[in-house]
Design a binder for this molecule. Structure first.
Ligand SMILES: Cc1ncc(COP(=O)(O)O)c(C=O)c1O
Length: 394
C-alpha cells in the first residue's frame, strides 16, 4: 500500500524530530578537537544542566539509554555491592539484568507492572537495613512499558527520614523534558537519560546527571570501566571536549532542542504533556478499554499503555493501524506482549497530532473488530478544547 503524507510515529520513543532540529543537524562535520567544537561542547553541557535542573555535572555519551544505565552503575559501585531495584516493568527488568551481569548483589522488589515503585516498600526495605548495606536504590521514573511513574520526591523523603546513605539512581529516559523532573531538588544522585524521547532527537546520545555525592562514590567505585569512566570524561569536558569522538551532529541537534525547550519554557512543556495524558486517558475510558496504570496519581504524561479486551491481540490491532493509517504504536513489552499497546504522546507533538493519533486508534479498533464503545476521540477533543489545564488543576 502506498502511503502519502507524514508517517505517524506514535511509539513512546524514538519520537518525532522537529524540522528545526533536523536542519540544525544538517551541517558539515567539524573537527572534534578543533576550536569550533569546544563552544558546541560547552553549550550542550551547560544546556543539559538546565534541562535536568541541576547545578552539578552532566555527562553526554555517544550511546543508547541502556549504555547510560550501565554507566550509572559502573561509575558508582563495586563488585558485590547490594543494590535495591524496584520492579516496575520491562525497563526495571533491564536494570536488573545489567546489575546482575556486572556482579552486583541485587534485591529485586516485586511489582505488578501497573504502578510505580512504592515509597512504603522503599521504607520497609531500607528500615530493615540498619547496617546500611544497600549502596544504591534504583528506580525507573517513568516506566515506558506500563505508563506508570514513580514518585521520586516521596522516595527521597523516605530515604532522608531513615538517614539511609544509599545513592538514589533514577532512569528518566522517557520522562525528561516531558514530565516534571528535578535532579537537584529531588536529591537524585545519578539521573539517566537518552536523546530519543522528550529531547526530540534521533537515538544516539546517553546522559548521566551526577550529584556531588555520586562523584564522591565514584572515587571508590571498583567496577571495571573504561569507555564509561566519568573521570576521563569530566577531565576533557572542562574545556568542552570529549575523550573520544563525540556524536558531533547529534550535539548540534541537542543544542537546538534545548533552545526550543526553553523557548516554550519547561513548565509549559510539562503542562502540555499533562494535557496529552489527560486527553488520551479520556479517550481510552470512553472506548471502555482499560489503562494499564492502575494508580491515578502515577499516570504517565508521556505515554499511555492500554490493555486489550480478553481474546484480542494488541499486535494484530497495531498491524491493522499501521497498514491502513500508516501509524506506528508501541508494542506491549515483556509480559504485556500482545496484551497491551502503547500510545506515545511526547516530544515534538501538538493537539492535532494527538487528535489524529487517537482517530487512528479508534478507526483501527473498529476495523480490527475489537469490542469498544465509540466516542473516544470526542472525549479527547473535549479535554483538548478546554482551558488548557489538566482537570486536576482546573
Ligand atoms: C525507561 C527506559 N529505560 C531504558 C531504556 C533503554 O534505552 P535504549 O533503548 O536507548 O537503550 C528505555 C528505552 O525505551 C526506556 O524507556
Amino acid at each position: 500500500m502506498i502511503h502519502t503524507g507524514r508517517h505517524f510515529l506514535q511509539i513512546p520513543g524514538p519520537t518525532n524530530v522537529p524540522d528545526r532540529v533536523l536542519r540544525a543537524m544538517d551541517q558539515p562535520v567539524i573537527d572534534h578537537r578543533g576550536p569550533e567544537f569546544a563552544q558546541l561542547g560547552m553549550d550542550v553541557l551547560e544546556g543539559m544542566r538546565s534541562i535536568f535542573q541541576t547545578q552539578s555535572k552532566v555527562i553526554i555519551y555517544p550511546s543508547s539509554g541502556t549504555g547510560a544505565c550501565e554507566s550509572a552503575l559502573v561509575n558508582t559501585l563495586s563488585p558485590g555491592d547490594p543494590v535495591l531495584i524496584f520492579e516496575t516493568g520491562q525497563f526495571s527488568n533491564i536494570w536488573l539484568g545489567i546489575a546482575q551481569k556486572l556482579g552486583l548483589n541485587v534485591e529485586y522488589v516485586p511489582g505488578n507492572w501497573r504502578r510505580g515503585a512504592s515509597p512504603a516498600e522503599v521504607e520497609a526495605r531500607l528500615s530493615a537495613d540498619s547496617q546500611h548495606n544497600f549502596k544504591a536504590v534504583v528506580v525507573v521514573h517513568n516506566e515506558t512499558s506500563t505508563g506508570a511513574f514513580s514518585r521520586i520526591p516521596e522516595i527521597r523523603r523516605v530515604m532522608n527520614r531513615l538517614r539511609h546513605p544509599a545513592l538514589l539512581i533514577v532512569d528518566a529516559i522517557s520522562s525528561l523534558a516531558a514530565m516534571d523532573y528535578r535532579h537537584d531538588e529531588w536529591e537524585v544522585d545519578v539521573t539517566v537519560c537518552g536523546s530519543q524521547k522528550g529531547l526530540m532527537l534521533p537515538p544516539g546520545l546517553g546522559f548521566n546527571a551526577v550529584s556531588e555525592k555520586a562523584l564522591a562514590a565514584h572515587k571508590h567505585a571498583r567496577l571495571p570501566k573504561s569507555y564509561w569512566d566519568w573521570q576521563e570524561m569530566l577531565k576533557h569536558n572542562q574545556s568542552g571536549y570529549f575523550p573520544y569522538t563525540p556524536a558531533t551532529n547529534l550535539l548540534y541537534a541537542l543544542r537546538e532542542a534545548v533552545v526550543m525547550l526553553h523557548e516554550e519554557g519547561l513548565p509549559d512543556v510539562f503542562r502540555r504533556h499533562d494535557r496529552y495524558g489527560e486527553a488520551t486517558r479520556a479517550a481510552v475510558k470512553a472506548w471502555d478499554l482499560e489503562i494499564v496504570c492502575e494508580e491515578p496519581r502515577e499516570y504517565s504524561s508521556s505515554m499511555t499503555a492500554v490493555l486489550m479486551p480478553e481474546g484480542h491481540n494488541a499486535d494484530a490491532l497495531r498491524k491493522v493501524i499501521l497498514e491502513n493509517f500508516d501509524m506506528s504504536l508501541g508494542a506491549g513489552l515483556g509480559k504485556l506482549s500482545g496484551r497491551a499497546f502503547r500510545i506515545g504522546h511526547l516530544g515534538s507533538f501538538n493537539d492535532l497530532m494527538l487528535a489524529g493519533t487517537l482517530s487512528g486508534v479508534e478507526m483501527g479498533l473498529r476495523l480490527a473488530g475489537v469490542p469498544h464503545r465509540d466516542g473516544g476521540v470526542m472525549a479527547a477533543l473535549q479535554v483538548l478544547a478546554s482551558a488548557g489545564q489538566p482537570a486536576e488543576v482546573r
